[in-house]
Design a protein around this ligand. Structure first.
Ligand code: ZN
Ligand code: ZN
Length: 242
C-alpha cells in the first residue's frame, strides 16, 4: 500500500507539471479524463442479445432472455455475471496497462466501466450487503504489488456505500489460465479458493468483483465457496468480458 500511495503522489505531481493526455493516443485532455472522445467512442458496450448467466454476447436478433450453451452444460454457482464492455482493443489495452504496466491510476477509468455493469437489470435491484473482490494468490499479489480486483472493489464501495471486504483467499497458486480450455480451467481452479478465517457470509447477498470475465470459471468457483459458506446469493460484476 505504501508503494501504491507513493506512485499516486508521483502521478499527482506529474499531472501538475504536464497536462492530462489521452492514455491511448496522447491527445491533450481536461484534468481527470483518461480518454479523448475519439478513443472513448471506440470502446464497445455489451448489448443484448447476451447470455443471462454469463453475459456472453451473440450476433443476431434473439429477443427473449436465454442461457448460452456453455452455461447450460456446466454447473454455474453465481446467479449472474455482468460485464459492461467488450474486453477488446482499447479496453483490453487499458486493463493490461492497469494490471501489468503498474498504471495504478487507471483503476479510476476501469472502475467507471465496472460501475456501468451495476446498471444492468440483473444487478440493479439486488440490494447487496457486501462487495467481495476475487483474491489473488499472495505470491502473485507480491509480484504485482496490488490486487486489481481489490482496488476496483474499494472504488465501487466508495461509490455505492456498500462495504467491501476480502472474504476469500486464494490458496493455490494456479498457472495462468490463458492457454487452458474450459474444463481444464475448472480443474485448475478446483479448491483454489477458500473463505478467510473469521469471515462470515451467512445470509449475505454478495457482489463479487473482478476486472475481466473470461469463461466465468473463476467467478463460479468463488461463488461456490461463498454459497457453501452460507451466502444467500452471489452475483458478479466485471469491467469487461474477454
Ligand atoms: Zn485518444
Ligand atoms: Zn452463458
Amino acid at each position: 500500500m505504501i508503494a501504491l500511495h507513493q506512485s499516486e503522489l508521483f502521478q499527482a505531481a506529474v499531472s501538475l507539471l504536464y497536462p492530462a493526455t489521452c492514455t491511448i493516443c496522447g491527445k491533450n485532455l481536461r484534468p481527470g479524463d483518461y480518454l479523448c472522445n475519439e478513443c472513448e467512442e471506440k470502446i464497445v458496450r455489451i448489448t443484448a442479445p447476451f447470455c443471462q448467466t454469463c453475459s456472453e454476447p451473440f450476433e443476431g436478433s434473439i429477443t427473449s432472455a436465454f442461457t448460452c450453451a456453455n452455461c447450460a452444460h456446466r454447473k454455474i454457482y453465481f446467479d449472474a455475471a455482468v460485464a459492461a464492455y467488450r474486453g477488446r482493443g482499447i479496453v483490453r489495452e487499458i486493463i493490461h496497462e492497469f494490471k501489468y504496466g503498474r498504471q495504478i491510476h487507471l483503476r479510476h477509468l476501469v472502475s467507471r466501466w465496472l460501475q456501468a455493469a451495476l446498471n444492468d437489470e440483473r444487478l440493479r435491484d439486488c440490494h447487496f450487503n457486501i462487495i467481495v473482490p476475487v483474491p489473488l494468490h499472495p505470491a502473485r499479489q507480491r509480484e504485482r504489488g496490488f490486487n486489481q480486483a481489490s482496488l476496483l472493489a474499494e472504488l465501487l464501495s466508495a461509490h455505492t456505500s456498500i462495504p467491501s471486504k476480502p472474504m476469500l483467499e486464494r490458496v493455490r497458486y494456479t498457472t495462468t489460465q490463458t492457454a487452458l480450455d474450459r474444463s481444464e480451467r475448472m480443474e485448475n481452479l478446483h479448491n483454489a479458493f477458500r473463505l478467510r478465517k473469521n469471515a462470515d457470509v451467512r445470509g449475505l447477498r454478495v457482489l463479487l468483483i473482478d476486472d475481466v470475465l473470461t469463461t466465468g470459471s473463476t467467478l463460479s468457483e468463488c461463488a461456490r465457496v461463498l454459497k457453501r459458506a452460507g451466502a444467500l446469493s452471489v452475483h458478479a460484476a466485471t469491467a469487461a468480458r474477454a
